[in-house]
Design a protein around this ligand. Sequence first.
Ligand code: NAP
Length: 304
Amino acid sequence: MNYDCIIIGGGPAGLTAGIYASRARLKTLLIESYSVACQAVTTDHIENYPGFPDGVNGFELIEKFKKQAEKFGVEFIAGEVKAIKENKSAWEILTDDLSYTGRAVIIASGARPKRLDIPGEDKFRGKGVSYCATCDGALFKNKEVVVAGGGDTALEEAIFLTRFAKKVSVIHRRNALRGTKILQERAFSNKKIEFVWDSVISEILGDARVSAVKVKNVKTGAVKDLSCDGVFIFVGYTPNTAFLKDLLTLDESGYIIADVNSLTSKAGIFACGDCCKKLLRQVVTAAGDGAVAAFSCQHYLESA
Ligand code: NAP
């Protein structure tokens, strides 16, 4: 099947690109991953997306984005993109079992949570280890959990977890948080949250499920066991760009280098949202990027 524009990724960047591309009357296909949900979908409460003074649930917001894209004619399929190949003056997108051809491509493949890569992390995944408080928080009613990380996600999710858990210990490798001041203030004033500074989780322990973590103080080297029922890991993200490494210019962490108009190192391929090298990764910036990418794509196709 041939398209004017193929969008890879069904998060706020990809869906906004879809709205703009389809309104520009481009025949548009959006390929969304069936294995990885966009980060916004797993966010319980988004309170900094304009237009929602009382905040909005991430899943509900993204459903609205999708409905709007469908209304203007974007076609959706679920698939994992394995490669993009140049095919004459078009691009062939290869998924697990199918291929699609587009005159232009917009990459909006997002990013996924980073792992700690410590003993026990794989063994206890789904048995106490989680990367999504919205998905798994309710399983820890009246239990004790630890959170790894000191950024916005760790703070926001630690606060969310206090709805269920009786105690949330935030283990951070420094003695100052990276997260926004307003979230810091909320976390510091929450009686259920304790901070363990200058420390990292070096191992996750348990039998059938998590029962404790080994916590290492990075300044003194001292290691102690901390009992807990759950381990929530929020230590940043890795871009979903492995399938692009031989095609586009990426930075050392794998983020796509795109200019302010979403142009990548290959003419006809545009990039937007969290998979790009940028300062601020938010739903609102992803949506803005998506609009720009679709507009640039439209101009490229008109002048091709
Ligand atoms: P982040 O800002 O990159 O923070 C990652 C945190 O994990 C940092 O505190 C970092 O420590 C720590 N860390 C990284 N690797 C580690 C390791 N191997 N072991 C232990 N700790 C480790 O990631 P994020 O919090 O997921 O946020 C990602 C982006 O989304 C940011 O731009 C953030 O502002 C945005 N975001 C915004 C909101 C909001 O506005 N409400 C909510 C969520 C996310 P160091 O501080 O020492 O580097």
